[in-house]
Design a protein around this ligand. Structure first.
Ligand SMILES: *Cc1c(COP(=O)(O)O)cnc(C)c1O
Length: 401
């Protein structure tokens, strides 16, 4: 038992987020009324009762045979909403991106251009290199999630030099996770469409949170995806599904993406149980995303209202969707700040009249990421706003005296 615990703790040393969870658990045990508001990620959302009902009742068949009616319906709905000829269900958005890039970079000696902060490059275990032999050519992401177009052009390879790989695709991300949930504008998407067209390149969009982008831009999703050849969407983020993603594109592309999916181990059988809650998400969850954006803005505003302070700030003009970043000014580290948010002091409890802890993600050397989602209520937002203001004041106090 002790050995088990030791092992667990030693693993956790490299996972600050998990450590926070444990700290809060202790507080939960010591103060029964503690409210834990989990702002680490929208992947933490659990399926709604309606989704569970849909899973239970889903009509199913063997999807590798193309005979699962629920999967077929989901793929048709997704293709139609995204304005593409076809779509295919995959278990995760990592597989969606990987399958898409493997198809776009068929054969050998190929390369994609993507952002140095892109999910594809940072968080997908180099899948495209492992399974596709594809090299990533990086362009620095601007703080707004875009890549400078001139810099992209400089990275496109000439085709007549046998020393160099061929550039095959440019990958964008909208909304942009590591850039703090930034929404990429339609105008930028259009410019990228032109650039890729002129250079005979494919444009792939990692739209894990495309519906958040569409909500923020107040346009139908197809207005964004009209500019890309292929798009991946995650349903397990702010859309609350337990799992499931789709890739959409042309008929020919999707036919090949199905082969890539099978090769990657993603050919699933009675997958209607996965597709059913995804249909519920398309019908019912897309419309509520604005609520999460509003909640993110409310929390950000509470920090902004603290004005100039030595602890942290939020750039309000950069709060676009359900993700935003607290920018720490270097006095306190993201880890220290996040840890303090998982604790409740006696003075705090007395002065706020609440026992609330919040889980947040230390994101970079200077930032903490906050994510709102379906499981965060208005009451939670209220508690977190008060707590953030209290903690910022507390941490700022010694510097003032
Ligand atoms: C989460 C995420 C992915 C990968 O999704 P998984 O389903 O976790 O594999 C890809 N891109 C972006 C932008 C994401 O946020």
């Amino acid at each position: 038992m002790t050995r088990c615990l030791q092992l667990l703790m030693s693993h956790m040393a490299s996972f600050p987020v998990l450590r926070c969870a444990i700290v809060s658990k202790q507080h939960f045990l010591s103060t029964l009324s503690t409210k834990v508001v989990d702002l680490r990620s929208d992947t933490l959302t659990t399926p709604t009762p309606k989704m569970r009902e849909a899973m239970k009742n889903a009509a199913v068949g063997d999807d590798v045979y193309g005979e699962d009616p629920t999967v077929n319906r989901l793929e048709e709905m997704a293709a139609s909403i995204l304005g593409k000829e076809a779509a295919v269900l995959v278990p995760t958005c990592t597989m969606a991106n990987t399958a898409a890039i493997l198809v776009h970079c068929d054969g050998r000696f190929n390369e994609i251009i993507c952002g140095d902060q892109s999910h594809i490059h940072v968080y997908e275990v180099a899948a495209i290199a492992q399974f596709g032999g594809v090299q990533s050519r990086l362009v620095t992401n601007e703080p707004d999630g875009t890549m400078n177009i001139q810099k992209i052009m400089e990275k496109i390879r000439p085709r007549n030099d046998e020393h160099q790989p061929w550039t095959r695709a440019i990958c964008l991300e909208n909304t942009h996770n590591r850039c703090g949930g930034k929404v990429i504008s339609l105008d930028y998407m259009r410019q990228m469409r032109e650039l890729s067209f002129e250079n005979n390149l494919v444009l792939h969009l990692d739209g894990a949170r495309l519906f958040n982008a569409a909500t923020a831009l107040k346009v139908p999703p197809a207005d964004i995806t009209q500019y890309c050849d292929s798009v991946s969407i995650a349903f397990s983020k702010d859309l609350c599904c337990p799992l499931g993603s789709v890739v959409a594109g042309s008929n020919d592309f999707i036919a090949m993406a199905r082969r890539a999916r099978k090769a990657l181990g993603g050919g699933m059988r009675q997958a209607g149980v996965i597709a059913a809650p995804m249909i519920v998400a398309l019908e019912e969850m897309v419309g509520r995303l604005e609520e999460d954006h509003r909640k993110a803005r409310t929390i950000a505003q509470a920090v902004d209202a603290m004005g100039d302070n030595p602890v942290c700030k939020v750039t309000m003009s950069g709060v676009h969707s359900n993700i935003f970043l607290l920018e720490l000014d270097g006095v306190i580290t993201p880890e220290e700040f996040s840890k303090r948010m998982t604790e409740v002091t006696e003075h705090e409890q007395k002065s706020l009249g609440q026992v609330c802890t919040a889980l947040m993600f230390p994101f970079s050397s200077r930032t903490v990421r906050l994510v709102t989602h379906n499981d965060i209520t208005d009451h939670d937002v209220d508690l977190v706003c008060k707590k953030l203001q209290y903690v910022i004041e507390e941490m700022a106090a010694p510097a003032e005296s």
